[in-house]
Design a binder for this molecule. Structure first.
Ligand SMILES: Nc1nc2c(ncn2[C@@H]2O[C@H](COP(=O)(O)OP(=O)(O)OP(=O)(O)O)[C@@H](O)[C@H]2O)c(=O)[nH]1
Ligand SMILES: [Mg+2]
Length: 579
């Protein structure tokens, strides 16, 4: 910028660079859309560049004609059909020249004094069938330091013009309006009426009442070329020029220049804050789903615990029945009348096994098998819960802008959720229940074998119980066999019976204790293992939700500070003295 900077202006410029630099960093960190980053970067670069007066409006409104009138020569092509196809940047030059510099961009020169102070930009018209024209212009708007909006007297302020002014407003631009083709209006009252109408309509859209200058660009250029001073005056152009040169002095151009990136910054900031808010909202819901999964896991753990206790008492009952049968056996056998049966220890043991041990191993095994199946089912249901809680999260978006699928946040979140979902899906669909049951059964068996200190493996729980019960049988029957009785005399039979009962009770208690302890240990291990699997599957997603939440909250705090900073700076620039 070629204007001497005083202390105040230098400070403003430095503050603006610093604040917008911070905003630009956040745009990068949060992967805001490229257009936004570009718009802000462009506007920052532009602080160094000449003042841009950008002329916009619908096709055929006379934008090019108006610029020609300003220049006093027909430097630009005019036409009744959509004519201007490129953004044309007009700078001062000794001769009229034109050069296409990039796709959709043209660099023009003309020897016109006004161009020593500012660059005038001609743009393709909006609302033409050629939509790419409007896109070129729309994308260029953020770069304007001042927007000159041209509307035509034969259709002043159309709906499409209103819509376009909305986008101009969104970038926080200052706007001047030219009501062109004023020569088409017959009476001067009509001109006044249309000017008022346009100003009122524009105020509704822009939020402030812009200056509206009625002009006949055609008349102005013709009169200028013919040197017809009164006709030039009558065209309305000098009024516009006087006003513009009076207000667009260097100080004002500097002020507007500073306001341009601020307007862009505010707009971009608003969208970024919306992006952050949208993501936080989404993560908040994610977090609630994860908490629900946690609560599910806990509830399921305690449900399992309750169910398991019931099943254990069922096993206990089988053991108690075993004890009851044993006692009945002693009552019946330890009688005088059956003394001969007590003589053979071997036979006694066999009878005990048949009558008392009986179905015990099978009954125990049956119940343990049922427990195993039940646990396998429980684990499946657990995965099903996870699916229910998280399955729908994947496609979830808030109404707010969240991002595009190609940004890191969106990509990571989708990927992590997909991992949980497919893990759960795999667990549910591909769950090999028989294999799981086999593994579980083995685990319980190992546990029982270990507790019983038996050196057996690869046998069922039932077999282990059989082994334990058989030892019990041998020991208990050995105790009551007649060989030991003969010396003592028959009258001690009742005492023997009591001892046998007591011994059996101790044995059953031990057996029960060992069996229950090992089943409980096995159950707890399996339950924890199942839950851990679910937690492990969710962990990366849950870590992401938490850490991303922290990161976004930090961004939110920083952005809110930035918003205040930009507002304060905006106020300082707005009130900057115009001299
Ligand atoms: N009656 C009258 N016609 C005008 C005036 N200014 C321009 N025109 C005519 O309106 C038509 C469109 O003018 P342009 O300057 O090409 O309009 P534009 O807004 O640049 O149009 P695009 O480049 O297509 O967006 C041309 O035929 C001009 O001669 C004017 O003040 N009065
Ligand atoms: Mg044109």
């Amino acid at each position: 910028m070629i204007i001497p900077l005083d202390e105040t202006r230098r400070a403003l410029l430095a503050d603006e660079r610093r604040l917008l630099g911070q905003l630009r960093d956040w745009l990068v960190r949060l992967e805001a859309p490229e257009e936004q980053r570009q718009a802000l970067a462009d506007s920052l670069v532009q602080l160094e560049e000449p003042f841009l007066l950008v002329v916009v409006g619908e096709f055929n409104a006379g934008k090019s004609a108006f610029i020609n009138a300003l220049l006093g020569q027909a430097a630009l092509k005019e036409g009744v059909t959509p004519t201007t196809a490129r953004i044309g940047l007009l700078r001062y030059g000794e001769t009229v020249g034109r050069e296409v510099t990039a796709a959709g961009l043209e660099s023009l020169t003309a020897p016109s004094e006004i161009l020593r102070q500012l660059v005038i930009v001609d743009t393709p018209g909006t609302n033409a069938v050629l939509r790419e024209h409007e896109a070129l212009t729309r994308d260029f708007v953020p770069r304007a330091d001042l927007v000159l909006f041209v509307t035509s007297s034969d259709r002043p302020f159309t709906e499409s013009e209103r819509a376009f002014l909305e986008t101009v407003r969104a970038w926080g631009k200052k706007v001047i309006i030219v009501l062109n083709k004023a020569d088409l209006l017959e009476a001067s009252e009509d001109v006044g009426r249309v000017v008022t109408y346009v100003r009122e309509q524009a105020q509704r859209t822009l939020g402030f009442a812009p200056d509206v200058f009625p002009v006949s660009a055609r008349q102005a250029l013709r009169a200028r070329l013919e040197g017809d001073a009164p006709a030039v005056e009558e065209s309305g152009l000098p009024a516009f020029e006087a006003r513009v040169t009076a207000t667009l002095d260097e100080a004002e151009r500097f002020r507007l220049k500073l306001l341009n990136p601020l307007g862009v910054g505010r707009r971009v900031h608003g969208e970024l804050a919306g992006l952050v808010e949208g993501r936080l909202e989404l993560l908040g819901e994610d977090l609630r789903s994860l908490e629900a999964v946690d609560a599910d896991l806990e509830a399921r753990a305690s449900d399992l615990e309750g169910d398991f206790k019931l099943r254990l008492s069922d096993v206990e009952k089988v053991l108690l029945d075993f004890e009851r049968r044993g006692n009945a056996f002693f009552d019946e056998r330890l009688r005088l009348m059956r003394i001969h049966e007590l003589l053979s220890k071997e036979r006694l043991r066999k009878d005990f096994e048949t009558a008392v041990v009986a179905d015990l191993p099978r009954e125990v095994e049956k119940r343990v098998e049922a427990m195993v199946d039940w646990m396998v089912g429980a684990e499946l249901r657990q995965w099903q819960d996870v699916m229910d809680r998280l399955g729908g999260r994947q496609g979830a978006h808030t109404d707010k802008m969240v991002g595009r699928v190609d940004d890191r946040f969106e990509y990571d979140r989708q990927r992590l959720l997909e991992a949980v979902r497919s893990e759960a899906q795999r667990a549910v669909d591909g769950y090999d229940a028989p294999a799981e049951a086999k593994r579980l059964a083995q685990s319980v068996r190992d546990s029982v074998a270990q507790t019983a200190l038996l050196q057996v493996s690869a046998v069922g729980v039932g077999t282990l119980v059989t082994a334990l019960a058989t030892t019990t049988a041998a020991d208990v029957t050995g105790l009551v066999a007649a060989g030991a009785l003969s010396v003592m005399g028959l009258f001690i039979l009742p005492a023997r019976r009591r001892r046998a009962r007591a011994e059996l009770a101790t044995r059953v208690a031990t057996l029960r204790e060992k069996l229950l302890a090992s089943l409980t240990a096995g159950f707890e291990r399996e339950r924890d293992r199942g839950q851990q699997k679910v937690r492990d599957a969710i962990a990366p997603y849950s870590r992401f939700v938490r850490s991303e939440g922290d990161r976004l909250r930090e961004a939110q705090a920083a952005l809110s500070g930035l918003r205040d900073g930009l507002a304060t700076l905006g106020g300082r620039v707005e009130t900057l003295e115009q001299t």
